[in-house]
Design a protein around this ligand. Structure first.
Ligand code: ACM
Ligand code: ZN
Length: 621
């Protein structure tokens, strides 16, 4: 803290005030946040000091802007303890929230800080909200210190319009409060679509009034397989959201500029519905709500008119609950085994004149018939469908948007066919995968290896597509499937900080992306995670080392570091390092073979002990 800065904050105060504040440190905001804004121009001098009662002006008769002002006040209180005063009465000094619709993107904003004002001007109310998120993330966490915002002009806008995060509440039911917590996490990462996976073989999670058995019978399974043991826990598991609760979630998300996109996965992944209504399956059942994971052969019977009516009944109620433009109808992993031997399905194939060819089997074309039926129905209600990339097989429904998960190929093909695409390839964006190669030290995950850096380095614009075709890629999404994630605390660990990397892929311009730079900004984001008591993964904060053999001196030079430059304590005798062990200050020169054990000591975070064996070559003669 420069003395000049301290003094500037004092001008105009009484002597008593001067005495009071002279011992109060002024802490500065830092605009190097996640996701990285498009342009940050720091002024040479000037700052706005946040004080108790600083006004936040918002336009009269604008409920969304009033909410925005309240969010800002809540965030500032949370990080600094300072109480702001939202008001519609313009005063000379304070924080000004306004909408200026001339911005290129409605979600864009500018944030301008001068000595007297902070002005957040959004292309829409959503843009103002993102400006508020930026301000929030820039603030230091303080207790009693004063906070200054250095003078700046930030111009920012998102790279992609569709920025999604999916939560599977079907494999494991997730309660309302945790769903809201998930939405809060999306919001702080500038994510604007919540894809809510609501139906599965293992449980039906949304009330459908015309089909009460879906929740009465389909929302509960008898027990759940334990890890990968093949043994079962013997305890029933279930739950569902009433329509009122789902509407509450829609509102909670909308207040944070997030659209909820519900998914009813069809015609596969339907065992919970088949348990409730066995007549909808090819064999007639009986069926059980599955207690284990995988892909079931039992799916909706595509030859049964009752199935078409079921789809209309369910989707008819879904559109009444969810106002989103898009409804996700699944379409993934639907084995055709039952259809091949089902008289009704085969009769349907005949009736429609479907013929298999070298590209697709007759049954794959039959799947397209089901998806087309769902699309037609939803289009008649003014909605559009999203489907997983299997909906390409058998021909895309005319207006479908494709969610490319098995890789990018489906997305590439759909873009070439001039269909909109959301990229979510599992090898980059499935957050149920392990986040470290050291899987023995990780909680159980479904498989895969998806460290933070890999998420960060995802390039969602395949080079094989022309610039014109790339325009069909409207966004990116990460998915959190919950087969191996029984609690939301567990989910938080799988989400963070990979969701921070995702947010930068979704929001920041491609030429701004740099992993080292991202890591340097991560500690500030994690301060917010700590404040919210989120259970995040700490791999990025582990100690890393650089070893160089110095042949002249006959030593190995070992440099240790962490991304937040926290104090590192080490031992060389194989013992466990503690706070009492020597403090690492500069490169170690190791002359004898040994094992370095080191630990980074932070008040809020315990990370793993770093261990490295060091071999030393004799000096060259
Ligand atoms: C999926 O992962 N089955 C979409
Ligand atoms: Zn059938």
């Amino acid at each position: 803290m420069k003395l000049k800065d301290k003094l500037l904050g004092l001008i105009g105060f009484s002597v008593a005030g001067l005495m009071m504040f002279s011992c109060t440190e002024l802490k500065e905001a830092n605009y190097q946040i996640i996701p990285m804004p498009l342009d940050i121009q720091l002024a040479e001098e000037g700052k706005f000091v946040l004080t108790e009662g600083t006004s936040v002006f918002y336009p009269e008769n604008n409920e969304k802007m009033q909410n925005n002002a309240n969010f800002l006040a809540e965030y500032v209180k949370e990080k600094t303890g300072i109480t702001l005063s939202p008001t519609t009465e313009a005063k000379k000094k304070g924080i000004v929230l306004k909408v200026e619709e001339n911005k290129e993107k409605p979600e864009g904003y500018t944030l301008k800080v001068t000595d007297d004002n902070v002005v957040i001007s959004g292309g829409s109310e959503a843009g103002v909200f993102y400006g508020i998120q930026t301000l929030r993330k820039s603030l230091p966490v303080v207790q009693g210190e004063k906070v200054a915002l250095p003078a700046v002009e930030i111009i920012d806008e998102p790279r992609f319009d569709y920025r999604g995060g999916m939560l599977d509440v079907a494999r494991h039911f997730i309660e309302m409060d945790s769903v809201k917590r998930f939405i809060d996490i999306l919001a702080m990462h500038n994510i604007n679509r919540f894809h809510w996976h609501l139906s599965e073989d293992q449980g039906w999670r949304i009330e459908i009034k015309s089909r009460p058995l879906l929740t009465e019978k389909g929302s509960m399974r008898k027990e759940t397989v334990i890890g990968r043991t093949g043994k079962y826990g013997g305890k029933p598991h279930g739950g569902f959201f009433t329509q009122e609760e789902a509407k509450e979630i829609v509102k909670y998300a909308a207040d944070r500029y997030i659209t909820v996109i519900p998914e009813i996965d069809m015609p596969g992944h339907m065992l919970s519905a088949l348990h409730a209504y066995p007549e909808l399956g090819c064999t007639g059942g009986p069926y059980e709500v599955w207690c284990h994971w995988g892909v079931s052969k039992d799916v909706l019977c595509a030859g049964n008119d009752a199935t078409l009516k079921f789809i209309e009944d369910v989707l008819g109620e879904i559109v009444e609950i969810f106002p989103s433009e898009y409804i996700h109808i699944g379409g993934d992993e639907c084995p055709k085994t039952r259809w091949e031997s089902c008289p009704k399905c085969q009769a349907r194939i005949k009736e429609l004149g479907i013929k298999g060819d070298e590209k697709h089997s007759a049954e794959e074309y039959l799947q397209s018939f089901i998806i087309n039926h769902a699309e037609k129905f939803l289009n008649s209600k003014g909605r559009q469908i999203i489907g997983w990339d299997e909906i390409l097989e058998g021909g895309l429904a005319p207006n479908a948007t494709v969610m490319s998960w098995r890789g990018e190929e489906g997305g590439i093909e759909a873009a070439r066919q001039k269909h909109k695409v959301i990229m979510t390839p599992h090898t980059y964006l499935y957050f149920d995968y392990y986040q470290s190669y050291d899987t023995r030290n990780e909680p159980l995950a479904i498989g895969g290896r998806l460290p933070l850096e890999r998420v960060y380095n995802y390039n969602p614009m395949p080079k094989v597509l022309s610039a014109e075709e790339q325009k069909y890629i409207i966004g990116i999404q990460a998915n959190l499937w919950t087969e191996y994630i029984p609690t939301f605390k567990y989910a938080e660990y799988m989400l963070m900080p990979r969701i921070a990397a995702l947010s930068e892929v979704q929001w920041s311009s491609a030429d701004k992306r740099n992993y080292e730079c991202f890591l340097s900004r991560l500690p500030r984001m994690v301060e917010l995670y700590d404040l919210k008591q989120y259970n995040y993964a700490t791999h990025a904060f582990f100690i890393t080392s650089k070893l160089v053999q110095d042949d002249n001196e006959g030593v190995v030079k070992v440099a240790l570091k962490t991304i937040d430059n926290c104090p590192i304590h080490y031992t060389l005798d194989g013992s466990e390092p503690t706070e009492a062990s020597p403090l690492y200050e500069d490169t170690l020169k190791i002359a004898e073979p040994c094992t370095i054990n080191a630990i980074g000591i932070r008040p809020n975070m315990k990370t793993r002990i770093f261990t490295q064996k060091v071999e030393v070559k004799a000096p060259q003669q």
